[in-house]
Design a protein around this ligand. Structure first.
Ligand SMILES: NC(=O)c1ccc[n+]([C@@H]2O[C@H](COP(=O)([O-])OP(=O)(O)OC[C@H]3O[C@@H](n4cnc5c(N)ncnc54)[C@H](OP(=O)(O)O)[C@@H]3O)[C@@H](O)[C@H]2O)c1
Length: 334
């Protein structure tokens, strides 16, 4: 697998901490008046951390929220409804490690004629080592990147984006992607074993892949004027469950840093809410916020040739996975 910016989780955590002290000039532009009224907002990975906070904040700003997750859906619904009693919230099952679940999710939206105004692609996993999914893919690669590629393409195909209302797709990414190495197509979609230092490295690298996809998507959806806003955000360091699978001792150390110095998910969600709701982003696409700071992503992310190549390779890999499923069904092994 290719290199990311960090290979030490403690250094990664401390680097995030120093980011907190940089100026956040746009913070004052999100006001209590900014409302999602009349808009449908989907949040992936909404049962925990930032995703939960995004769903709650969007509900309190009058969105019709569909909070998605692979588990704890009832708990999520009850908890958000208690905190935002006037909120319009429902939940839907979406396991991003499972191609069938992604299809079922989109089919359900289509069957119910749901038109999505704001899509928060938030879910991600951070694993201490390589883990292979039943479909043969590396779990972190699939959940953090390829599943998002598939989900977005299926939503577009199904006509589930509210194209007449300039829908917004917000990628929740990480500034750790800066400096990750070029996308390596010899290894793309192939499973390799790796340990904890490589895992944190790969997390950053997969965010670079995700951001390259976001910019290519923005190019394809907006050939002239902006039809669909596709923007990327790093929420900065947030005290969430992202370290839940870290090895025990490391987890204890990281939890202490996270609890004492990192932001709450409620606070960290605000820049992403700003991207999703603010008039400031009307007719703007392909932008990047690092918390509330406008910034450039790694220059590799913006190269049209890199975006086109990633699209082509991702499409091929997806088709291959679909063909494997069809073969299994045909042979009665699915
Ligand atoms: N925390 C930070 O400091 C930080 C910094 C920069 C960027 N981010 C980004 O912020 C986003 C949210 O992460 P977080 O910090 O809030 O961590 P989190 O609390 O662990 O939330 C991650 C969410 O993703 C979900 N998820 C994982 N695998 C999934 C799957 N196969 N299918 C569906 N959902 C799945 C998790 O569900 P389960 O509970 O079922 O696992 C959880 O709801 C991520 O994109 C992360 O990369 C976080």
């Amino acid at each position: 697998m290719s290199k990311g910016r960090f290979d030490n989780p403690l250094i990664a955590a401390l680097s995030g901490f120093f980011d907190l002290f940089r100026a956040q000039p746009l913070a004052a532009r999100l006001t209590s008046e900014d409302s999602f009224s009349g808009r449908t907002v989907i949040v992936t990975g909404a049962n925990s951390g930032l995703g939960y906070a995004l769903a709650q904040e969007a509900a309190s700003r009058e969105a019709k929220v569909i909070a998605c997750g692979r588990r704890q859906l009832e708990q999520t619904l009850t908890s958000i409804s208690e905190k935002v009693p006037q909120g319009d919230v429902s939940t839907m099952l979406l396991d991003l490690s499972d191609l069938a679940s992604i299809h079922e999710f989109v089919d359900n939206l289509k069957a119910n004629s749901v038109k999505v105004d704001v899509l928060y692609l938030n879910a991600a996993t951070t694993l201490p080592e390589a883990r292979q999914l039943p479909n043969g893919q590396d779990e972190m690669f699939f959940v953090n990147y390829l599943a998002n590629f598939i989900l977005v393409n299926l939503l577009i195909e199904a006509g589930c984006l509210a194209d007449d209302r300039q829908p917004r797709i917000v990628f929740i990414s990480s500034d750790s992607h800066q400096g990750a190495s070029e996308i390596d197509y010899d290894e793309f979609g192939r499973f390799f074993s790796y340990g904890v230092s490589k895992a944190i490295n790969n997390y950053s690298y997969f965010k670079l892949v995700l951001n390259t996809f976001a910019i290519e998507l923005s190019r394809r959806l907006n050939p002239g004027t902006v039809v669909t806003q596709v923007n990327v955000i790093c929420p900065g360091p947030v005290n969430t469950n992202i370290i839940k699978e870290a090895p025990f001792l490391l987890r204890i150390m990281l939890r202490a840093i996270f609890t004492v110095v990192f932001k709450s998910p409620e606070k960290a969600a605000l820049p992403a809410i700003y991207l999703g709701v603010s008039q400031d982003f009307e007719n703007r696409s392909g932008e990047y916020l690092h918390m509330f700071r406008e910034k450039q992503m790694d220059e590799k992310v913006y190269r049209p040739d890199a975006g086109a190549k990633l699209w082509e390779e991702s499409m091929q890999l997806w088709q291959q996975l679909e063909a494997n499923v069809s073969r299994k069904i045909a042979s009665g092994k699915a």
